[in-house]
Structure formats: structure tokens, C-alpha cells
Design a protein around this ligand. Structure first.
Ligand code: HEM
Length: 394
């Protein structure tokens, strides 16, 4: 099959603003775009097209390829890799453990880990906001939520950043071996909980083992896959998101000062930052049959990247879409956490982590600014993952 020439090149080196400029061009001129990189894929840039695909779940599936580039080499991992109705019971296990009320119980732990990693940086007066701070907090919060015993928590503290580095390198072998380390951890955790289950209302792994899928216990393969999925699913995005927040507040000192003076706006600010700097550039789907979108025909089975980061800046939905607007009237239309059955299970926890990290960063400093070169992430995230910052405190 021949394809038209590529409409954009996702492998071009990026700056903090360049991908957003490219997506503005796609939204205006080529909203259903084709790229040759990563084995060839389609990309949807407009909010209406992306949300259509997310909600037409009978036509567009995640089980074939849920992200561009394809990074899942090591097995099926619920819930992300399954389509409804197979997906539904796995989500039903996770949801009660991640409600906003459950997330709120974690706030003291989130604050403790935040200060643990932030204060040394502030004492030093400089450091990398992502590598030295925001990369670590979500890993520790996860360990706490998963009730990991100290040895496994320490192991995750090493394995998760190694996995993130492997994903950033985009090297298949490195990703595979980093993923296998996480699988070993998932197996160990499941072994521990089989011997000594905890309360399934409190412990995610015990909840998975206690669950019944069509009346049967979850298979070992699926339980291991799900624990493995959950071990890292929420670790990269908060780091990149905090990096983008730091860059924006460094460029806009008046906003930085306002949010420092008026911390009651932290939650609303996080929501607008999620829209403006959506850290997951997008996830992918494939169509079960040929589909018409924006006048182009997408054949069945070809990966379609849904550019959430572009949809969230679509001028047709968000006025002044490139600007930070606190308390936007339609902020709820952003899709930084996706939409439909795969809507982020950890959204409440993610919001909590981001709010607490932002609050403490502002409360414990008088001013901060970027002080060095940013390093940007490739697909499927978007934003900086190395952000050298200079802090003024006291
Ligand atoms: C800033 C932080 C985060 C962002 C932006 C984010 C974003 C997303 C998005 C866009 C999806 C949908 C994937 C799709 O459309 O195919 C998703 C799925 C998911 N997220 Fe998050 N996430 C974040 C943090 C977290 C955290 C902290 C957790 C903790 C448990 C988490 C757990 C999950 C799970 C389990 C799924 C799969 C849901 C399913 O397939 O049913 N995420 N996330």
C-alpha cells in the first residue's frame, strides 16, 4: 500500500514551544496527518476528531497499539491494553482505590515526600527540578499507595527512573530489559500478597487477587500484567508536567508571584497547566474497519495517535488557547487525562501530587527561574524532563 508523503516529522528535535507551533499548523492545515516515523502512523490534531475516536469505542480499539511509538513488547497489561467489555472488570478493581476521597487520604504522604526531595535542592540553591525532585515524588507516592515493603520500595526507587531513562532513549532493548525488571517486581509483590493478603479495600495488589472476573480469579498473567502496568503508569507524566510548570512560571514571574501570594488558586492553576502543557502528547487507537475522518480514509489496523496536547490547544474549543487563563469557563473540556473508558484511573492522585508539589515549590521559595538548557522528551510524552533551576529562598 502506498501512502501520501508525510505531513509532519515527530522525530524533529524539539524546543519548549516548537511542537505546539507544529500542531497549530496541523490543526489549521492538516488535522488528519500522516507521519512515516515509528513505522508510520496517523495523527489527529483537532479536539473534535480526537474526542470522537475516544468515545466511539466499538470502532476504535486500544488492544492492538495504545501508544506511538509501540513500547509494549512484554505482554498484555490491563487495563490499558484491553478493550471493553474485557477491560471493564479490571477497571472496577482499581477505581475504588483511586477515588478523590482515597487520594485525599494520601495528602500527608505526598507532602512529606515532596519536602523530602525539595528541601535539599532549595538548600543548594539550584538543581534539576525534574531529575532531582519531580521524578522521585510520584515513585514514592506510588510505593506508599501500593503498600510496598521497604525492600521493594527501594527497588522501585531505582527501577522506575531506569525505566523512564530507557523509554526516553527510545531503544527497544533497553525498554524491554527495564520492563522485565518491573515484571520481576510485580511477581514478587504478588507472591508476597498471596502468602499474606492485606485488606483488599486498602491494598491494590490484594484487591486484584481477591477480584473475580466472570466468576474466576484473575489469571496470574493478567494479575502480573496489571501490577506491572500500575507500577509505572503515573510516574513520567507528573515529572514532565512539573517541568513545564516550572518553565512557564519562570517565563511569567508575575503569575509566579500571584500564585505564591494566593495559594487558594493552586488547584485551578494545575488544571489550566494540564490543558496548556498536557504531558501525555497522546495515546493511540486502531480502527476495526476503514474510517473517514476529516475527508481522509484511515485503513483498518493502522495506528492513530490522538494528539491530546494539540486538542487541548484547539482554538475552536479554547479561546486564546496558547495562553494561561486561570479559571477558564470550559476547563472541564480538556482531555489531559483522556476520555471514555480508559480515562486516567489516577487523575485524582495526579492532581493531588501536582497541587502539593506546586504549593510547596512556591511556598518555600521567594523566586525561581530556569538556569540552563532544557532537555525535551520524545513521543509519547511532551515537555521537558531536564529543567535546571535556580532558587531564591528566605
Ligand atoms: C499528570 C499525571 C497523569 C496524566 C496526565 C495521566 C494521563 C493519562 C491518560 C491520558 C490516560 C488515558 C490513556 C488512553 O487514552 O489510552 C491515562 C490512563 C491511565 N492512568 Fe494516568 N495520568 C497521570 C497520572 C496517573 C497516576 C498518578 C496514576 C496512578 C494510579 C495513573 C493511572 C492510570 C491508569 C491505571 C490508566 C489506564 C486506564 C485504563 O486503561 O482504563 N495515571 N492516564
Amino acid at each position: 500500500m502506498t501512502h501520501p508523503p508525510p505531513d509532519f516529522d515527530p522525530l524533529q528535535p524539539e524546543t519548549f514551544d516548537s511542537a505546539h507551533a507544529d500542531y497549530a499548523r496541523l490543526r489549521a492545515q492538516c488535522p488528519v496527518a500522516r507521519a512515516q516515523a515509528y513505522g508510520g502512523f496517523w495523527a489527529l490534531a483537532r479536539h473534535a476528531d480526537v474526542t470522537r475516536v475516544l468515545t466511539e469505542v466499538d470502532t476504535f480499539i486500544t488492544s492492538q497499539q495504545n501508544v506511538v511509538p509501540k513500547v509494549a513488547f512484554t505482554g498484555r497489561r490491563p487495563p490499558l491494553h484491553l478493550d471493553p467489555p474485557e477491560h471493564t472488570p479490571y477497571r472496577a478493581v482499581l477505581n475504588p482505590l483511586l477515588t478523590p476521597e482515597r487520594a485525599a487520604l494520601l495528602e500527608p504522604a505526598v507532602r512529606e515526600y515532596t519536602l523530602h526531595f525539595l528541601l535539599p535542592l532549595l538548600r543548594a540553591g539550584r538543581g534539576d527540578l525534574c531529575q532531582d525532585f519531580a521524578a522521585h515524588v510520584p515513585v514514592r507516592v506510588f510505593g506508599h499507595w501500593m503498600k510496598l515493603p521497604p525492600a521493594l520500595e527501594a527497588a522501585l526507587g531505582e527501577a522506575a527512573p531506569a525505566f523512564v531513562r530507557a523509554v526516553q532513549s527510545a531503544e527497544a532493548d533497553a525498554m524491554k530489559s527495564a520492563s522485565l525488571v518491573l515484571y520481576d517486581m510485580a511477581r514478587e509483590l504478588i507472591g508476597l500478597r498471596r502468602c499474606e493478603p492485606l485488606d483488599p479495600a486498602e491494598d491494590p495488589t490484594s484487591a486484584m487477587l481477591a477480584a473475580r472476573i466472570d466468576g474466576e480469579p484473575m489469571s496470574d498473567e493478567m494479575a502480573v500484567g496489571m501490577v506491572r502496568q500500575v507500577l509505572v503508569v503515573g510516574i513520567v507524566a507528573p515529572m514532565v508536567m512539573m517541568g513545564s510548570i516550572a518553565v512557564h512560571l519562570s517565563r511569567h514571574p508575575a503569575l509566579q508571584e500571584r500564585l505564591r501570594r494566593e495559594p487558594q488558586h493552586s488547584a485551578a492553576a494545575v488544571e489550566e497547566f494540564l490543558r496548556l502543557y498536557t504531558p501525555y502528547r497522546g495515546f493511540a487507537r486502531t480502527a476495526r474497519c476503514p474510517v473517514q475522518i476529516g475527508g481522509r480514509t484511515i485503513p483498518a489496523g493502522e495506528p492513530i495517535a490522538l494528539l491530546y496536547a494539540s486538542a487541548n490547544r484547539d482554538e475552536a474549543v479554547f479561546e486564546h488557547s496558547d495562553q494561561f487563563v486561570l479559571d477558564r469557563p470550559n476547563i472541564k473540556d480538556h482531555i489531559a487525562f483522556g476520555r471514555g473508558p480508559h480515562y486516567c484511573a489516577g487523575a485524582a492522585l495526579a492532581r493531588l501530587e501536582l497541587r502539593v508539589m506546586l504549593e510547596e515549590l512556591l511556598a518555600r521559595t521567594r523566586h525561581f527561574e530556569v538556569d540552563g538548557e532544557l532537555v525535551m522528551t520524545p513521543f509519547p510524552e511532551i515537555g521537558p524532563w531536564q529543567v535546571p533551576v535556580r532558587f531564591t529562598c528566605g
